[in-house]
Design a protein around this ligand. Structure first.
Ligand SMILES: Nc1ncnc2c1ncn2[C@@H]1O[C@H](COP(=O)(O)OP(=O)(O)OP(=O)(O)O)[C@@H](O)[C@H]1O
Ligand SMILES: [Mg+2]
Length: 340
């Protein structure tokens, strides 16, 4: 699988350069960024750019498991180490030896395990749970977090010595709202990608209002949120509905919304008066077109699911020709087969 780290913003260019440099060294890397900024993408690119690329990339989510399970997951155990340990098992650190161990959500690792991790980083060895023999490993440690580790250290939740040991190379990915120039580029990238992946035919472009809103929106879920929003629009979600959702999120997070971005009917009275009748007439036309699209899309989707995606039968049910059905599906950007 190929991982792409799209972006022309200087911060992204810098990260790209850093990846190329660090990949040769296998120094520990700490990747910091909000959710959805591409931390895992960067980790996988580091692996792929390194001479360990033919070796494994082992991911451990440090937030997903309770402490005991996380410990045995990372370091493995010997037979009889605890009830139910009826045979010995190597941990992820051993499995990742000569490859990469990606410690995701490292900020959520319990303090006692942080001590054990520090020891591995310092000596390259540890013992399995219930074991006595030292296990030697040579795993490249790449860690990621969306926490503010300075804050966690100040609050005594994260060990300072571990931080300095991990932080040899720090890669900070800025949130999408701080690199807005990349939004059109990423939108284009995801459109192309999803059209290919889901075999979506026809042209697709954001309407002017959504395009503007994409530039203003604060993208709390960052690139992941942008990608899922593009996908929703591609598979035929109503652009108006998407727009009002984004506006709602902005309102909820206290981000100012220019009036013209609000769906009709939600704008300030003053703004509406200013536009007068002509504005209303125009938006009514747009609304009608949108409503028609919405109804058509729903009707087609319904007919398709009723007929088990038999397009001839669906066309019959809708009392339109097979060709018209095809054209409509193209125009509405609808899938030609069920989404898996
Ligand atoms: N610069 C980018 N170019 C292309 N795709 C990207 C980029 N950044 C992120 N993505 C895509 O966005 C999604 C989220 O990225 P990723 O999983 O790496 O985020 P993350 O920082 O690990 O998020 P989380 O903290 O929630 O785990 C993925 O589908 C990824 O492929
Ligand atoms: Mg992640």
């Amino acid at each position: 699988m190929e991982y792409l780290f799209i972006g022309k913003h200087p911060s992204i260019e810098k990260i790209r350069d850093l990846i190329a440099m660090v990949a040769e060294t296998a120094f520990s890397v700490l990747i910091i960024g909000e959710t959805g900024t591409g931390k895992e993408v960067v980790a996988r690119l580091l692996h792929q750019s390194s001479n360990r690329k033919s070796k494994v990339f082992v991911k451990v989510n440090c937030a997903a498991l309770p402490m005991n399970l996380l410990e045995s997951e990372l370091f493995g155990y010997e037979k009889g180490a605890f009830t139910g340990a009826d045979k010995s098992k190597p941990g992820k650190f051993e499995l990742a030896s000569r490859g990469v161990i990606f410690l995701d959500e490292i900020g959520d690792m319990p303090m006692t395990l942080q001590a054990k991790l520090l020891q591995v980083l310092q000596n390259g060895e540890f013992t399995r749970l219930g074991g006595t023999a030292d296990v030697k490993v040579n795993s490249w440690v790449i860690a990621a977090t969306n926490h503010d580790l300075d804050e966690d250290m100040a609050a005594g939740r994260f060990r300072e010595d571990l931080f300095y040991r991990l932080n040899i190379i720090k890669i900070e990915i800025p949130p999408l709202r701080e690199r807005r120039q990349d939004i059109p580029l990423l939108t284009k990238h995801f459109t192309k990608k999803f059209k290919r992946e889901y075999k979506i035919k026809g042209q697709f472009a954001l309407d002017e209002k959504l395009r503007k809103l994409f530039q203003l929106y604060h993208w709390p879920g960052n690139v992941r949120e942008l990608s899922s929003t593009v996908l929703r629009l591609l598979v035929g979600d109503d652009p108006e509905a998407v727009r009002s959702e984004l506006v709602e999120n902005m309102d909820a997070d206290g981000i100012p919304v220019p009036d013209e971005m609000r769906p009709a009917g939600q704008q300030d009275g003053a703004e509406k008066d200013k536009k007068g009748r002509e504005g209303d007439a125009l938006s009514l036309k747009a609304l009608t077109a949108d409503a028609t699209d919405y109804i058509e899309r729903r009707a087609i989707q319904h007919a398709l699911s009723m007929t088990g995606w038999n397009k001839r039968q669906a066309a019959k049910m809708l009392k339109i020709s097979y060709k018209t059905l095809f054209n409509k599906m193209d125009r509405l950007g609808l899938e030609k087969r069920p989404v898996p």
